[in-house]
Every structure is written in C-alpha cells, then in structure tokens.
Design a protein around this ligand. Structure first.
Ligand SMILES: N[C@](CCCC[B-](O)(O)O)(CCN1CCCCC1)C(=O)O
Ligand SMILES: [Mn+2]
Ligand SMILES: [Mn+2]
Ligand SMILES: [Mn+2]
Length: 301
C-alpha cells in the first residue's frame, strides 16, 4: 500500500508567506485517486500543519536561514515517514522544500538502515554550514544525512546514517565549488547532464543502480527534485536551471526505479505553483503527479 502525505514548504511555514501550497495542488489535481487507480491502497493522512515559528523568533544561525522551523518540520517528517515505513507502507512525500529530505531519508533509514538513495536534482544539495553561500537549507540536506561538515546543534537530531557509497545523483548541472570538493573527497558518484547526454538516460540509470544497488537487493529511496527537469518541462520551481532532463528522461528514471521492485520511499519535491503563471504552475503540478505515478507503477503499455 502507499502512503501519501502532503507537507508545506518549511520556508513558507517560517516565512508565513502562505504563497506556496505545492503539495495541496498535487492532491487537488487528483494524485491520491490516480494512485488508487494504479491499485495502491492510498492512506492520505492530510496536510501536515506545523505551528509556525514567526520569522522574528527564528533568526539565522550563522548563515543558515529559518533553521528552527526547518529543523522542526523535518524532525516531524522523519517520525511520520519512519512510522509509516515500519508499518510496511511506502511513504510518498510531496514537497515543498528539498530540505524536507533530511526528514524523509532519516525516516527511511530508521526502518531500512541499508537503503540506498537516488537523488534526482539539478543541484547536489550537499553544502555544509561552512560551504553554503545562500544559507538556504534546501541546499544542504545531503551533508547532514552523511554527517559531513561542522556540527549544527539545531540539526543534531539528524543521525548520519547515510554512507557515501549509498547515494547517487542524476541530473546535476548547478553544483557549487564547495559541493564539488565534497563529492570528490567523499567519492560520491554523480551523473551530471553531461553523462546523460553522453550515455543516454537508460545507461545512466543502469550505471547509477549498479553503483548503489549492484544486486538490486537494497531498498531504494528515490528523492526527486522537479528542478532536475528542464525548466520548459517544470517551470514553477524555486531554483530552475537550463539544460535539464526532458519529460521522458525524468519519467524513465521513475519507471526504471519502479521496475527494480526495490522502491521503499518516494519524495517529489520543489513543486511551487506560486512561482509562475497559472498555466506553468498547472503544468508543473501535472508533471509532479505524473512522475509519482511512474515511480509507483504506471507504465506506457
Ligand atoms: N546550491 C544552491 C542551490 C540549492 C538548491 C536547492 B534545491 O536543489 O533543493 O532546489 C545555490 C547556491 N548559489 C546560488 C547563487 C549562485 C551561486 C550558487 C544553494 O543555495 O546552496
Ligand atoms: Mn527549495
Ligand atoms: Mn534539491
Ligand atoms: Mn534542485
């Protein structure tokens, strides 16, 4: 069975902008019903509401912005995802900010300590408190999960349970200098858009899976940031970068991961309908729903 949870974007929670209701749009577009039609027993436990920390009560810690609200939301998400996973359900998390992956992947690793992570993204999201230039925590979740970089008290609840050989990236094309150094020093495997062009998505996914899950015996957590797709495909997202995955390349990744039979948790992140005109927002919401369906078994034939 699957589990659907819909989370606000912690930045929105902290900033009380209330402008980005990405997850709710995905539900209103009918995703739960679409998954039920695929044969999943969908348990939708509602939009998680978190009491908001007013921005004035959540000043930056060093460069990190909204640290307390992001930490609080992610910690709550880790618990809920862990609980659902322990009940043998497949947690589907719709974001919202990719900082949430600190919560979702922590939750998955609690139940499946040997899980591997396929991180589909234009960005590596592996900055530390030292290397980040923006202070936006959505650029940092992987570093906390891997236990890389200086300790940040606020995030000490994130247990460094992810190992460098258990994460692989697909779609990278906007990686900061500090992140490049981290990927190199920790031997983390990444397939950038260069490799996608060179080998084709079929070969790239096969090489990525061979790297983190050689015998296809390990559980897979797929964390899909829709900005991995080209902005012409998913325009309504926080940090669009040109030269991304086509509609089909994005869906191929989801279909191929589903085919392994190893998928135990799925994140569809960074859909933010408030950032574009309504047509582009609708297009991006539709792509988010479509990616989720492909990762959960919808095939072309
Ligand atoms: N690496 C960035 C972007 C993170 C994107 C987060 B995701 O993947 O969840 O959407 C970019 C940092 N910086 C922005 C200005 C120009 C130089 C790079 C950062 O803020 O750390
Ligand atoms: Mn974001
Ligand atoms: Mn991301
Ligand atoms: Mn991204």
């Amino acid at each position: 069975s699957s589990v659907s949870r819909f989370l606000p974007d912690p930045k929105t929670v902290a900033a009380k902008l209330g402008v980005d209701k990405g997850p709710i749009h995905l539900v209103e577009a009918g995703l739960p019903k679409q998954l039920a039609e695929l044969g999943w027993k969908v348990q939708f436990d509602g939009h998680h509401q978190f009491e908001e920390i007013p921005t004035e009560d959540d000043p930056p810690i060093g460069k990190l912005k909204n640290p307390r609200s992001v930490s609080r939301v992610c910690q709550a998400v880790a618990k809920v995802v862990g609980d659902h996973a322990k009940k043998g359900q497949l947690p589907l998390t719709l974001g919202g900010d990719h900082s949430l992956a600190m919560g979702t992947i922590s939750g998955t690793l609690e139940k499946y300590p040997d899980a591997c992570v396929i991180w589909v993204d234009a960005h590596a999201d592996i900055n530390t408190a030292e290397t980040t230039d923006s202070g936006n925590i959505h650029g940092m979740p992987a570093s906390f999960l891997l236990g890389i970089g200086p300790k940040v008290e606020e995030f000490s609840w994130v247990k460094p349970l992810l190992k460098p050989h258990r994460i692989v990236y697909i779609g990278l094309r906007d990686v900061d200098q500090g992140e490049r150094r981290i990927l190199r020093e920790h031997g983390i495997k990444a397939f950038s858009m260069h490799e996608v062009d060179k080998y084709g998505i079929g070969r790239v996914v096969e090489m990525a899976l061979d790297h983190v899950n050689p015998g296809r015996k390990l559980p897979i957590h797929l964390s899909f940031d829709v900005d991995a797709l080209d902005p012409s495909v998913a325009p309504s997202t926080g940090t669009p970068v040109r030269g991304g995955l086509t509609f089909r390349e994005g869906h191929y990744i989801c279909e191929a991961v589903y085919e392994t039979g190893c998928l135990v948790a799925l994140d569809i992140m960074e859909v933010n309908p408030s950032l574009a005109d309504s047509e582009s927002a609708k297009q991006t919401v539709a792509v988010g729903c479509s990616l989720a369906r492909s990762a959960l078994g919808e095939t072309l034939l």
